[in-house]
Write a protein that binds this ligand. Sequence first.
Ligand SMILES: Cc1ncc(COP(=O)(O)O)c(C=O)c1O
Length: 300
Amino acid sequence: MANLCNVDGRITPEADARVPVLDRGFLFGDSIYEVVRTVGSEPFGWPEHWERLRASAAAIRLRLDLDETMVARRIAATLAAAGRGDHYVRVVVTRGAGSAPNIDLACATGAPCWVIMVRELAPMSGAPARLALIERLRNDRRALDPATKSGNYLNNVLGLAEARELGATDCVMQNAQGFITEASTSNLFARVDGAWITPRLDDGILAGVTRAHLLAWLPTAGERVAEARLTPADLRRADEIFLSSTLRDIAPVTHLDGRPLNDGAIGPESKRLRSAYQAWYAERLCAHYAPLWRRLVGSA
Ligand SMILES: Cc1ncc(COP(=O)(O)O)c(C=O)c1O
């Protein structure tokens, strides 16, 4: 299966896809994006990802010039060209090519540029994570709000690099008030005093689609769950920690700052929940998301 790119409606092999050097996404990270995963030709959780893309667009004052059906049809066409299998789909919308390499929105004269990347989905790693609580802070909500999924990931790029230097596989960042936020590209859940706690949206995190699914699903699996502030001390006394994201589902954490949790093995609760969540996921895709998607792209 080929990795393909759809740039403004034109599908090419990924290696041949181009955006102009005056594109503001390239110059300034002036863009937004979503990552969706498919099972076969149907994305999981498309309506939530679309809503978040719209919210990100509004947050950066970007007027989307395609509606949901048009975007879904472009995705479906690219998936069809890519062939069978499960896919990674990245939808990037930049503010387009401007008249000059100048940040002023008055120079943003072009139409938005829509890039859809379709790649073979690497098998869900589920590989356990080793976390390092790093000194670099998550962006402040009053600066570039982490709730906006923009193309401006440099803070997270550096956070991840710093964690790697410390021998970890991912970082955990705090906010300026000293509360835990999230990892470089995933949300965090910690099991403290028998309940799964995940930081609050107003602690300055991305409102993960997987996080929202887990908040709704965990109680149905008999778990106590809450959105609450977490301190580094809470994290240190947690029995178990896991990360959540579209590409990871539930990724158990085995180490925090080099210290093993559960003697360095995957926590029994995380392990159990991961397989139960995957069963729910498959069921939910067939019963809910696949029919919605087929209606949207006109193949129902
Ligand atoms: C910073 C950040 N937090 C959390 C997530 C998880 O979000 P989702 O579950 O929607 O994939 C991501 C995903 O890319 C992310 O970049």
